[in-house]
Design a binder for this molecule. Structure first.
Ligand SMILES: [Zn+2]
Length: 375
């Protein structure tokens, strides 16, 4: 088999890729597809790859990554590529999703797009961009019914398509019912169930599996030059999300291990003051935000999993010393109960409960589980 090229740096997903390559070669594919899968598995990278395969001008392996079409798609500036994503609402315009936006705001959006061009796994971060509104779909409708270069396949990519509001989804449905010729729709989403049935029934749904943490670890070592321990912690905490792993890996080397040590010290002590100090730190607006608290709790889960698995030196490079210290101090530790308590707190925090109370309750519960006093 010819060497496959990978201009969008799609990581893993060999089966998915092979499936798409043969589907596109067969020429027998529908015009609308949903690419689903957890955050960071490579849905957008796959969508861009499909767009390139369909438009690549090379006579050899596609996508070549070199021809004008491949380069334009990689820079998200191909005239047949229509990229739709959530934007903040600045005007009541029904036809211009960018209507009413100031230059500064446009600059920020363009900066986000540049990051996406550099790395398709990047999650766009645009303030106030909560949904995809009808203006975006109306504009799309206007654009795609215009004549276009017949040598190319028009590609509509809707990022995080579940963010379409009802009006936008209805407008898209009308287009899907009578699509212009030579057009492929690719909707990427973590939550295909949030798309209306009417849209889903018009699309082929393709699920992309999670990436293994080993694959993510190797990518971190290769692309970011992160050391092995740091790469392993970040990869495992990310739970299949390559983009999250890259963010975690940006913390300095000892950051995660220090957090585990500090938490263990708190839990090992009997006094209220040390628990109180820990929860104050986690509440500090300068140090923490919703995301970093969730990361911290994921880290704790990971740690208790390793305690439950009874890891030994040689099994893994990760925090073996801390795990052993914990097992020595608390031989009766009920790790499963501890993990459940942390999972519950993670869920509660995502629903905006009283932070200080939830964390204090968690620490006291963990202290009981450490001593095997669950029931
Ligand atoms: Zn090409």
């Amino acid at each position: 088999m010819a060497k496959t090229l990978n201009p969008f740096n799609l990581i893993g997903q060999d089966q998915t890729r092979q499936y798409w390559e043969s589907l596109l070669q067969s020429g027998r594919f529908g015009h609308a597809h949903i690419l689903s899968g957890h955050s960071g598995v490579g849905k957008d990278a796959l969508a861009f790859t499909i767009a390139s395969i369909l438009n690549c001008k090379s006579t050899g392996v596609k996508p070549c990554g070199e021809c004008s079409a491949c380069r334009q798609i990689r820079n998200l500036e191909h005239s047949s590529l229509h990229l739709i994503f959530a934007l903040p609402r600045r005007s009541a315009s029904q036809t211009d999703p960018f209507g009413g936006m100031k230059d500064v705001e446009m600059d920020l959006i363009n900066a986000e797009i540049s990051k996406k061009i550099k790395w398709p796994y990047y999650h766009l971060q645009i303030d106030g961009a909560n949904d995809i509104r009808i203006s975006a779909i109306r504009k799309l409708r206007k654009d795609i019914y215009l004549a276009h270069d017949t040598g190319s396949v028009r590609i509509v990519i809707i990022l995080r398509a579940h963010r379409m509001n009802v009006e936008a989804a209805n407008a898209l449905l009308k287009i899907l019912e009578e699509p212009p010729e030579g057009t492929m729709f690719l909707l990427t989403t973590e939550f295909p169930d949030r798309l209306p049935d009417t849209i889903r029934s018009r699309c082929a749904i393709h699920h992309m599996p999670d990436l293994s943490w080993m694959l993510i670890r190797d990518d971190l070592v290769a692309k970011k030059g992160v050391d092995a321990i740091q790469a392993e912690i970040s990869a495992r905490m990310a739970m299949g999300d390559l983009a999250a792993a890259h963010t975690y890996a940006e913390q300095d080397n000892t950051f995660w291990l220090d957090r585990i040590r500090a938490t263990l010290n708190t839990l090992a002590r009997e006094d209220f003051v040390s628990v109180h100090k820990q929860t104050l730190l986690l509440n500090d607006k300068e140090l923490e935000n919703d995301e970093s608290r969730q990361q911290f709790l994921s880290l704790l889960i990971l740690f208790f999993r390793d305690v439950a698995l009874n890891i030994k030196p040689g099994d893994t490079a990760l925090w073996v010393t801390q795990v052993q210290q914990m097992q020595k101090l608390f031989p009766a530790c009920d790790s499963h109960a501890a993990i459940q308590a942390i999972e519950r707190t993670k869920d509660a925090l995502s629903r905006k409960v009283h932070l200080q109370l939830a964390l204090t309750a968690l620490f006291f519960e963990l202290r009981k589980h450490l001593r095997g006093q669950s029931s």
